[in-house]
Design a protein around this ligand. Structure first.
Ligand code: 1HE
Length: 263
């Protein structure tokens, strides 16, 4: 039998509580650098998400979310292998962005390179004050390859991303909120708890609402206005006709459910 020291720890630390699956990137000694193993484990986890799971939280075990691509795996790759590797990341991160359920990233410490690309594939980002965002690809002589050039400009703009890549500019957690890196900023050490709290809440939404927000909204936002409006009307009519919507609206009219409170 293997002794404890010879057992390789799992690359992802998984924990299910109620309807929320928490996924911890679990290479703290390497600052959660993303090697092929961790990326493929993420793919497997999302591909086999149990039906009972209603939301997912991704965080980094230890002080950092992720130091990005594992640079030790890069040195021997030729152009074809690099192309395939990037497409593999695309496939996995697309699977997260188009997951059946909302995915929330809890960010602390380094959110760098591919780590930032992973965070961008999530639907909500929650940061604690230690979080910082950087794209050191420029200084390493490489380019983003995990969908960052598609997703990050939508959050923070092309000019800001270009500046980060060209000059190595780093943004801190406080700057990150108004700029669009994260939607939430917590007290020190509070990102994971807040992300789980939000996940528990979104897991209670009508499944069709979450489906519409995750699957229809991004397509509508990118469509021509007239196509978008037609898609919106179709999605709205499907959502309204769902029995879950009828029940929830009846509960409101019968005063059985909470009102919207001021923010
Ligand atoms: C790594 C990696 C990594 C740490 N690949 N091994 N990403 C980067 O260019 C960021 C590189 N990392 C850093 O700048 C720093 O490590 C941190 C700021 C994240 C953390 O610093 P620190 O002082 O806490 O830790 P450390 O001592 O630098 O690192 C601890 C160990 O993790 C060390 O290994 P050890 O065996 O010497 O202990 C580091 O070598 C290792 N480590 N980061 C491999 N990234 C699909 S395209 C995406 C392109 C990118 O993501 S480019 C950005 C890559």
């Amino acid at each position: 039998m293997a002794d404890a020291a010879s057992i390789t720890p799992s690359l992802l630390a998984l924990n299910t509580s109620g309807r929320v699956l928490t996924i911890g990137l679990n290479r703290p000694a390497k600052r959660n650098a993303l090697n092929d193993g961790i990326i493929l484990e993420l793919e497997r986890t999302f591909a086999t998400l149990p039906e009972a799971i209603g939301a997912v939280v991704i965080h980094g075990v230890g002080a950092h979310f992720s130091a990005g691509l594992d640079l030790s795996e890069l040195s021997e790759r030729d152009a074809t292998a690099g192309l395939m590797h990037s497409r593999m990341w695309h496939r996995v991160f697309d699977g997260i962005e188009r997951a059946r359920v909302p995915v929330i990233a809890a960010l602390q410490g380094a959110v760098i390179g591919g780590g930032l690309e992973l965070a961008c594939a999530c639907h909500i980002r929650v940061a604690d004050p230690s979080a910082y965002y950087a794209l050191p690809e420029g200084s390493r002589g490489i380019f983003v390859g995990g969908g960052g050039s598609v997703r990050l400009p939508r959050l923070v703009g092309v000019a800001r991303m270009a500046d980060m890549m060209l000059t190595g500019r780093v943004y801190n957690a406080t700057e990150g909120v108004p700029l669009g890196f994260s939607q939430y900023l917590t007290d020190a050490g509070g990102a994971l708890a807040k992300a789980i709290e939000l996940a528990e809440r979104v897991a209670q939404n009508a499944p069709l609402t979450n489906f519409a927000v995750l699957q229809a909204l991004p397509l509508i936002a990118e469509a021509s206005p007239q196509t978008g409006l037609m898609l919106e009307a179709l999605m709205a009519s499907v959502a309204q006709s769902d029995q879950e919507a009828k029940n929830r609206i009846r509960d409101f009219l019968d005063r059985k459910t909470g009102k919207v409170q001021p923010g």
